[in-house]
Design a protein around this ligand. Structure first.
Ligand code: GLU
Length: 428
């Protein structure tokens, strides 16, 4: 790992939390190879803007509860900011700042004309009725009406938000403006101007990069063993795509724990069960394992598609995967990265591996602005092209500089933003 320049003070504002430190350390570890000016390094160390709101909700029982909400915009150097909204008990200013920073690098790496943003509401959706989630979403949208916009900041789904959430945001924003504004969000229902293939895009992109990484090492996905942590919009789709390509998915997990079968799991059967019961809890046609056991299984590909902080200094030496693929944002800590690098286990970083979602979000936004829609095959082909180009750039920077895939992805992304920031300069 590269030495970090200790002379730079680093981020010191209110978002200075462990997750933001992690995102910042990744940036610092790439800087020695990026060849950018001190101005660029300093400016991109900080999100540009952060908004905190308190969102009141009248609960179904008549009581009032106030929820904290956030939106952090990391960089407007390349265009409007872009990124998801999550509803989760862990949502905080620091978490949103870290995730917004990663969105900047992800968009830059894929050469999308966006900077990064992220936001959300600190809440536990499991304790709220659907009607309460709708009211919370609509009030949050009206609190953010001056911050978001089709030319300034475009939200999308993230943890515990989905097409329905985006539809409520689109409707609320459109009501406030007085006309329909489908391009205010991406990841919305097709009937409102959503894009075909957006729902599958993140999980599908994860498998596209895993396939290319396998080919670089001289093998195909078919017959390879895969473990997928998470069975939501990313992990669930990745598991299906791996299964469809003939790979053997030997374990998956969701909030109810892990499910393991060395002969390979029945992925369509697991999806059918989860759709019927709301989760995999109670599925008994395989062995039950814990989340920790799942992460330590011997396999060719370990796909991390749950949340941040999964491989840490405490468990990275017990990972028995030939390769780790980050479907979630920030699942591997700095300590784990060091341990895995020393053990020769490549990590395909989040900003490359899970970039399929925001890439098809970009296609959705472009289609909405043009009021012209593409078919599924065209979108899939465009996604494969973009993911393939980014993948090749990351691998060639890694080979040229003899650095990890994460450092290489960061170098490629930083250079992209740096070129624009040098040309624009600091205003005034
Ligand atoms: N929340 C997703 C991500 O982390 C998608 C963002 C988007 O589509 O704008 O990449």
């Amino acid at each position: 790992m590269a030495e970090v320049d200790a002379s730079r003070a680093g981020p010191v504002f209110e978002w200075d939390t462990p997750l933001f430190r992690m995102a910042h350390t990744q940036f610092e570890q790439a800087l020695p190879y990026a060849g950018v000016s001190d101005m660029v390094a300093e400016r991109l160390s900080y999100p540009e803007r952060a908004v905190i709101v308190s969102v009141p909700l009248r609960r179904d029982d008549g009581s009032i509860e106030i929820f904290p909400g956030y939106r952090v915009q990391h960089s407007t150097v390349l265009g409007p900011t872009k990124g998801g909204l999550r509803y989760d008990p862990e949502v905080s200013l620091g978490e949103c700042a870290a995730l917004a920073t990663w969105m900047t690098w992800k968009c830059a790496l894929l050469q999308l004309p966006y900077g990064g943003a992220k936001g959300g509401i600190r809440c536990d959706v499991k304790t709220l009725s659907l009607r309460e989630v709708e009211k919370l979403t609509r009030r949050f949208t009206s609190e953010l009406v001056r911050e978001i916009g089709p030319q300034s900041d475009i939200p999308a789904p993230d943890m515990a938000t989905n097409e329905q959430t985006m539809a409520w945001i689109m409707d609320t924003y459109s009501m406030l403006k007085g006309y329909a504004v489908p391009e205010i969000v991406t990841g919305k229902p097709i009937s409102l101007g959503g894009s075909l293939f957006r729902r599958e895009a993140t999980g599908s992109g994860v498998v596209m990069v895993a396939e290319q990484a396998g080919r670089r090492q001289g093998f195909e996905l078919a017959e390879k063993t895969c473990v997928v942590q998470g069975f939501g919009n990313v992990g669930g789709v990745a598991a299906s795509e791996l299964h469809d390509r003939g790979a053997r998915v030997i374990a998956v997990s969701d909030v109810s724990g892990g499910f393991h079968a060395e002969r390979g799991l029945d992925i369509p059967g697991l999806h059918a069960y989860s759709a019927e019961h709301g989760s995999l809890a109670g599925y008994d046609r395989c062995e039950r394992i814990t989340n920790d056991e799942l992460l330590e299984l011997e396999c060719d590909f370990l796909v991390l598609a749950a949340r941040e902080d999964q491989l840490t200094g405490a468990n990275a030496d017990r990972v028995h995967a030939a390769m780790v693929v980050e479907g979630a944002n920030g699942p591997t800590t700095i300590e784990a990265d060091e341990i895995l690098a020393a053990r020769g286990i490549p990590v395909i970083p989040d900003i490359l591996a899970n970039a399929g979602g925001v890439t098809v979000s970009y296609f959705e936004w472009v289609q909405d602005l043009g009021r012209l829609f593409w078919d599924r095959d065209e979108i899939r082909r465009k996604l494969a092209d973009k993911m393939g180009t980014a993948f090749d750039r990351v691998y060639s920077v890694a080979a040229e500089k003899e650095i990890t895939l994460r450092q290489a992805a960061m170098v490629a992304a930083i250079r992209e933003v740096a070129g624009a920031l040098e040309a624009r300069g600091i205003y005034p």
